[in-house]
Design a protein around this ligand. Structure first.
Ligand code: ADP
Ligand code: MG
Length: 391
C-alpha cells in the first residue's frame, strides 16, 4: 500500500487520535445488538497499546444532526470496548474543548479514552477546519481505521489529517489491500457479480468493472432493466425506464462480458406467500414480477464462478428477505464458498445474505463499508484514504 500505516510510526509516548467506525446498532434500551464493528477495531487499538501509545478513540453513531441526542451517546460502546480489551476505557462527554484536551493530554501510555459522538457537532460533517484543528489538538498522530466513512470528507475522516501526521489503521489497510488488489491487480479470470434493487445506484460500478473484469454477472432487480433493454416483456417487475437506454449501451460496450439471466422466478405479488414459478426470460406474462434468478441462470453463474480466480460480489440476486426468492442469492453464496477463488463481498445486504447463509467465514474478505466499498469499486478515490500520508 502507498499510504503510511501504524507500523510506520514510533509510538512510544505518543498520543494517537484514532477514528473508528463504532456506528453499531442499538436496541430501544440502548444495548448493542451487534458488536462486530467494535471487535473489528481491536487489532489496531491493541497494537497501539502494545507499542506504548496513549489511545484516544473517536467515532460517530447514528444521525444526531449536529445536536446532543442522549440515545446516541457512545457510552455503551465504551463499556463493551472495556470488556473486550479487559482494561478501563475513559469515556468523555464531549469530543472537543478545554476539558477534553486536558484529559487527553494527561493520558499515559496504555490509557484509552473514548470521545463523545462526533456528529453532536455540525462541524464534523461540514469538514470545518476549526473543528478539525480542535480534534488535532488532542493528539500527536492521527490514525484512520474507519473504512465505513472513508468515502466522506468529514473533519474526523479527512480534515484532521491537514494538522497531524496521518496513517492508516489495520482495518483500513486490509480493506484497501483487498478491494484495491481485486479491482486493479486481479488474478484472472476476474468475475464481478452485481445485483440489488436498482441499476441507477450502481451505474458507476458497472462502468468501471466493465473495464476491469473478465465477466460481469448481473442478477437482482437491476437485471430487469437489462432484460427490458434486450426487448423482453417484464410484466410488473421493477424496471427503471429511465435507465433502459443506458443498459442498452452497457450491453453493447460489454461485448459479451455482461452475463444476464436466462430464466427467472416470477410471482403474482410482492409477497412471501405469492404464487410463484420459474419461467424463461421471454415468457414473463403481464401481472407477474421477477423476484429471483432461475435455476438455469444459477447454473450459468456457477460455471463462471467455478472458473474464476478473483470474485467481487455486490448486491443480492433476488428479494432474499423472502424465503421463496432467496434461492439465487444463497446459491451464489454457496458457489463462492466452494470456489478456490479470492472472494470479496461488499454491500450491506449482500453481507447480511452471506451471514444468513452461514458462509461468512468461507469468504476471503467481507467489507465493513457498504457505501465506501461501492465507491471503491467505482474507481473513485476515497477522501479518507487520500488524506493519509504517502509512504
Ligand atoms: P447491497 O446492500 O448489498 O449493496 P442493494 O441495497 O443494492 O444491495 O440491494 C438489496 C435489495 O435489492 C434487497 O433489499 C433486495 O430485496 C432487493 N432486490 C433484489 N432483487 C430484486 C428484485 N428482483 N426486485 C426487487 N428488489 C430486489
Ligand atoms: Mg443495501
Amino acid at each position: 500500500m502507498q499510504k503510511r500505516t501504524i507500523r510506520d510510526v514510533a509510538w512510544a509516548g505518543k498520543h494517537a487520535l484514532v477514528r473508528c467506525d463504532f456506528n453499531v446498532p442499538l436496541d430501544d434500551k440502548g444495548a448493542i445488538t451487534d458488536d462486530t464493528r467494535i471487535r473489528a477495531s481491536l487489532p489496531t487499538i491493541q497494537y497501539l497499546l502494545d507499542h506504548g501509545a496513549a489511545v484516544i478513540l473517536c467515532s460517530h453513531l447514528g444521525r444526531p444532526k449536529g445536536k446532543v441526542v442522549e440515545s446516541m451517546r457512545l457510552t455503551p460502546v465504551a463499556a463493551r470496548l472495556s470488556e473486550l480489551l479487559n482494561r478501563p476505557v475513559l469515556k468523555l462527554n464531549d469530543c472537543i474543548g478545554p476539558e477534553v484536551q486536558a484529559s487527553c493530554h494527561a493520558a499515559q501510555p496504555g490509557d484509552i479514552i473514548l470521545l463523545e459522538n462526533l456528529r453532536f457537532y455540525n462541524q464534523e460533517e461540514a469538514n470545518d477546519p476549526d473543528f478539525s484543528q480542535k480534534l488535532a489538538d488532542l493528539a500527536d498522530i492521527y490514525v484512520n481505521d474507519a473504512f465505513g466513512t472513508a468515502h466522506r470528507a468529514h473533519a474526523s475522516t479527512a480534515g484532521v489529517a491537514s494538522y497531524l501526521p496521518a496513517v492508516a489503521g489495520f482495518l483500513l489497510e486490509k480493506e484497501i489491500e483487498f478491494l484495491g488488489n481485486a479491482v486493479n491487480n486481479p488474478k484472472r479470470p476476474f468475475v464481478a457479480i452485481l445485483g440489488g434493487a436498482k441499476i441507477s445506484d450502481k451505474i458507476g460500478v458497472i462502468q468501471n468493472l466493465l473495464t476491469k473484469a473478465d465477466f460481469l454477472l448481473i442478477g437482482g432487480g437491476m437485471a430487469n432493466t437489462f432484460l427490458k433493454a434486450k426487448g423482453y416483456e417484464m410484466g410488473d417487475s421493477l424496471v427503471e425506464e429511465s435507465s433502459v437506454e443506458l443498459a442498452q449501451d452497457l450491453l453493447a460496450q460489454g461485448n459479451g462480458k455482461l452475463v444476464i439471466p436466462v430464466d427467472v422466478v416470477v410471482a403474482n405479488a410482492f409477497s412471501a406467500d405469492a404464487t410463484h414459478q420459474v419461467v424463461a426470460v421471454d415468457a414473463i406474462d403481464p401481472g407477474w414480477r421477477v423476484l429471483d434468478i432461475g435455476p438455469a441462470t444459477i447454473k450459468l453463474f456457477d460455471a463462471k464462478i467455478a472458473a474464476a480466480a478473483t470474485i467481487v460480489w455486490n448486491g443480492p440476486m433476488g428479494v432474499f428477505e423472502m424465503a421463496p426468492f432467496a434461492t439465487g442469492t444463497f446459491a451464489v453464496a454457496k458457489a463462492l464458498a466452494a470456489s478456490g477463488a479470492l472472494t470479496i463481498i461488499g454491500g450491506g445486504d449482500s453481507v447480511a445474505a452471506v451471514e444468513q447463509a452461514g458462509l461468512a467465514d468461507k469468504m476471503t474478505h467481507i467489507s465493513t463499508g457498504g457505501g465506501a466499498s461501492l465507491e471503491f469499486l467505482e474507481g473513485l478515490e476515497l477522501p479518507g484514504v487520500a488524506a493519509l500520508n504517502d509512504k
